[in-house]
Design a binder for this molecule. Structure first.
Ligand code: FMN
Length: 174
């Protein structure tokens, strides 16, 4: 079976919880869960199939010089990583009520970082069921990964994760 890794951050919040849900859906022992905190992004090269778990924390926050978050630090070493031939899917936490014009922008930021490294980006989903105005993570009629809104629609998370993982198992050839 292809080696699959879930790279997620930050720890202890909604992303952490959802990353564990994704792992559970894949089944015990089928995936490695890796918190990106303090890790070398080269680690990604050990995996054939990669899932990224990230929260959207606003562009100004993402790009800020001060208060670097775990993904800022991890991402700064990404340009040395070769993802040629690897399937990569992204799940982003977000809040469609408070940030309707930037809902899960991180799906787009991640796509733009990972695609140039050779990644075959998979796991895109329809907008059906979401209420938002704009998103950098929405292109050509699809989200570039799975949006999860634990802030305003936590009751839908389990079902969203479960049907996404079903789709990924197919994309990943499980
Ligand atoms: C400072 C801040 C900025 C945020 N900006 C966005 C945003 O631009 N778009 C969005 O969809 N959600 C945004 N959110 C919502 C978070 O993505 C959401 O609360 C997420 O579940 C946090 O996950 P975490 O606890 O794992 O960090 C923001 C939250 C905070 C606190």
């Amino acid at each position: 079976m292809a080696k699959t890794g879930i790279f997620y951050g930050p720890e202890k919040g909604s992303v952490d919880r959802v990353a564990h849900m994704v792992a559970k859906e894949f089944g015990e022992g089928n995936v490695d869960l890796i918190s990106v905190k303090g890790k070398d992004p080269k680690l990604m090269e050990n995996y054939d199939k990669i899932i990224i778990g990230v929260s959207t924390l606003g562009m100004s926050n993402w790009n800020s010089e001060v208060g670097e978050n775990d993904w800022d630090t991890f991402s700064s070493g990404l340009d040395k990583v070769n993802l040629q031939g690897k399937d990569v899917a992204v799940v982003s936490l977000g809040d469609q009520v408070t940030y309707p014009e930037h809902f899960v922008d991180a799906l787009g930021w991640m796509y733009d970082k990972l695609k140039p490294l050779g990644a075959n980006m998979v796991g895109f989903v329809d907008a059906e069921g979401y209420e938002f105005e704009d998103s950098e993570g929405f292109r050509d009629g699809k989200f570039l990964g799975l949006p999860v809104d634990e802030d305003t629609e936590p009751e839908r998370t389990e079902e969203r994760v479960s049907s996404w993982v079903k789709m990924l198992k197919n994309d990943f050839g499980f």
